[in-house]
Write a protein that binds this ligand. Structure first.
Ligand code: GSH
Length: 256
């Protein structure tokens, strides 16, 4: 199913670039006028955010995956910090996922991702800020560092805010009936919460609303199109954190 949805979206908005990560020494893939490009990395949760926004808005774009260990000069020239995601259109370059996403939402007003009401929008931004504190805790958990009991208590304490604040199907865009920026901004880590779950650690235990929200999000086309199952994320984490040799091309045909 995932393949079919991804196929439909891919054929309508993406060019045929190789999925393999381009590294230092690889030639620069020529740009096309009036066509967005995202410099991405297949397992990057921040890039996933922006890829989901591009897909949600049906913005024609191409994905260039970059090797973030051996970065091509042409990538560093565009983003001196060398981070994915970076987006580019007609000599305009933007980076930092939240900035990319808000910019795209602003210039493509169709299917708005924020509530119109300024107060509701501000409240969502507070939650985004809250979530930024969950992210490092999650990676500490994944790397099995620190006191696991204390760590889980802290993660759950921070997630309880989200359980409390979720009052509809979604955190919501224009309304709580449809997906919005907050949903997309936090989703990549909920996808990755399945990794510890497979190993018997259920981060969402005791949060029934967030569990249902996760199930609902899994049905969203933009999630299906960017989704990796927990086994793939696990392989990625092993390559990154244990082998210290990030394998950007896990699961690609040449790797099977
Ligand atoms: N604050 C950045 C974080 C992006 C980020 O850390 N991306 C990682 C990949 S997931 C990266 O590019 N790492 C390369 C590096 O640190 O040199 C954002 O929101 O875009």
């Amino acid at each position: 199913m995932r393949g079919r949805v991804a196929g439909i979206i891919r054929s309508s908005v993406m060019a045929d670039f190789p999925e393999r990560a381009l590294a230092a020494g690889d030639p620069f893939p020529p740009l096309r006028p009036d066509h967005w490009r995202i410099y991405s990395m297949r397992f990057c949760p921040y890039a996933q955010r922006t890829r989901m926004v591009l897909l949600h808005k049906n913005i024609p774009h191409e994905v260039v995956n970059v090797n973030l260990k051996y970065k091509p000069d042409w990538f560093l020239k565009r983003n001196p910090w060398g981070l994915a995601p970076t987006i580019e259109l007609n000599n305009k370059v933007i980076y930092e996922s939240a900035i990319c996403d808000d910019y795209l939402d602003e210039i493509y007003p169709e299917k708005p991702l924020y509530p119109k009401d300024a107060y509701k929008k501000a409240r969502q931004k507070i939650l985004m800020d809250h979530f930024s504190k969950v992210i490092p805790l999650f990676y500490t958990q994944i790397r099995q560092k620190g006191d696991p009991v204390k760590l889980m208590a802290e993660i759950k304490e921070r997630l309880s805010v989200f359980e409390r604040e979720l009052n509809g199907n979604y955190f919501g865009g224009e309304s709580e009936a449809s997906i919005g920026m907050l949903d997309l901004r936090i989703w990549p880590w909920f996808e990755r919460f399945q990794v510890p779950k497979q190993n018997g650690v259920d981060i969402l235990e005791g949060f029934p609303k967030l569990q249902s929200w996760t199930e609902r999000m899994m049905q969203e086309p933009v999630v299906k199109a960017t989704y990796f199952p927990p086994e793939m994320h696990q392989k990625w984490f092993v390559s990154l954190f244990i082998n210290k040799a990030p394998d950007y091309d896990i699961g690609l045909p040449s790797k099977l």
